[in-house]
Design a protein around this ligand. Sequence first.
Ligand code: GDP
Ligand code: ZN
Ligand code: ZN
Length: 595
Amino acid sequence: MPARCQFPDMCHSLEIRKVIQIQNLWFGTLKQLLLMGTLCYICFALVTDKLYQKKESVISSVHTKVKGLAEVKEETIENGEKKAVPTVFDTADYTFPLQGNSFFVMTNFLKTKGQQRGLCAEYPTHRTLCHSDKNCKQGWMDPQSKGIQTGKCVVYEGNQKTCEVYAWCPTEATAKVPRPALLNSAENFTVFIKNNIDFPGHNYTMRNILPDFNKTCTFHKTKDPLCPIFRLGDIFQETGDNFSEVAIQGGIMGIEIYWDCNLDSWSYHCRPQYRFRRLDDKITNESLYPGYNFRHAKYYMENGVEKRTLVKVFGIRFDILVFGTGGKFHIISLIVYIGSTLSYFGLATVFIDFLINTYSSACCRSCVYRHCKCCEGCVINEYYNRKKCEVIVVPNQTLKYVSFVDEAHIRMVDEQLCGRSLQDVKGKKVPRPSMDFRELSRLRLSLPDARPNPEQPEQMQLLTEVKTPRSSSPAWCRCGNCLPSQLPKDRQCLEELCCRKEPGTCITASELFRELVLSRRALQFFLLYQEPLLTLDTDAADSLLRHGAYRCYATWRFGSPDLADFAILPSCCRWRIRNKFPKSEGQYSGFKSPY
Ligand code: GDP
Ligand code: ZN
Ligand code: ZN
């Protein structure tokens, strides 16, 4: 095929996962139940949260109108006598234009009438009190001053003296706010809120004044929840606050209009919900500037002099917060939701996998009565765990595996020996890989059927060696057949390893050692199996056979090739092999780490 017609390499393959299927009724049922539960939850969330819809936030405009009249008894001083004169306050008197979605209702005030620019004594505070002119400084002022000091100390009232200032005189007296609030009756005022909303993405507009709107209604949470006319006192009742209390110092109240619109024709619903929330800090004490107030002045001319009435206004600011979403069926949203939930189905496997992990190794170790019913499950889980995971260690320069014939497990040593014999290093226990009997039976075919003939000089030598262990074997040897290492001093400890942990018969005495590791015929068979045209009658043949014998021993005793690469042969086996397949000249080089 011409090159240009060929697909790129990646097009020639497809990677798919290989899975382990556990045939277990219990786990199977659990998985199905978890899958059903997940499916139910996904459907439930889809319907209740309408996740098949495209949602859009609301944009809106708000317009408010406050109505109500209040009678206020203002205190005035006429001919030196204090008098309470009743005055009427209407919308223009108690509301102030505010920016944004807010309106303000005055509930209390402090008036300082007839102020004009001139020289007068400051209101007495610890900062402004003085004894003589020395305490006052000409031209001095700070953000809290009422005016600019002239440097004189003058009488304020009685024998109280304060610094003279150039300011709006008389200066404002920081008197106590009237209690109860002067416009306490403002709780009967009503506010009419007009709110228009828009969902531009859905091309839909709506307003809170419905066609059947009754102009005389008043909002009530249960009886009339859609009426857009609110009595101020009722708003405070909803949040559990006392209007009369808040009216004294002022405060901030939030009116939330929440729109949750379902614009699908088959389940259309789009009505506002009103909620109220106190927004200012109601628990602050007097010293932390409680409530809400500001100053406001009315200017006028009297006999050609500009004068003003200063009013410190206390009141309630109402902030109207409009939020909500409008949703309409959207196929892409539905597909995205389904896609995002697919991973939840994997949770069943993750959970069961977690159960298997938790109730396998740790549980098996803690199980005292290994034959009780509960331990049975642990043993099965341990089996599943072994089947599914393969532990891989980092192939370090220092990594070594050791196997003793009198121990069921293998030991992993991953540290520098630093002069200690390998025999004495504890290491970490690793389970011996399980045998594959198919491989073994194939191996059996390759072995000579004939029993070893003790008359052959080789076999005779072996048997005599086994029967009479050397008395001069090194201190770390437990079988009596080991020899000291010939390696340079710094590497000697690597070869100081016996075939046994405790004293006893040497592994070289076993028939299998002879048949698997020492049999020239079997080794030749293995080498030829790998390289059929190999010539095994040269001088180098012994070296090849020796290395092959090392490999045979390692594969036999350590099972997996991963372990065999790092397996250290016991000294007795190493020398037995070297005696059988010796090197004609030079020293043996010993174990080299493959990495
Ligand atoms: P040489 O033939 O003169 O190099 O010396 P040796 O008879 O000691 O054989 C060296 C080869 O055998 C190297 O490839 C070593 O990695 C390998 N070998 C030697 N000892 C061991 C051992 O204890 N375990 C393993 N797995 N391989 C070994
Ligand atoms: Zn030994
Ligand atoms: Zn031994």
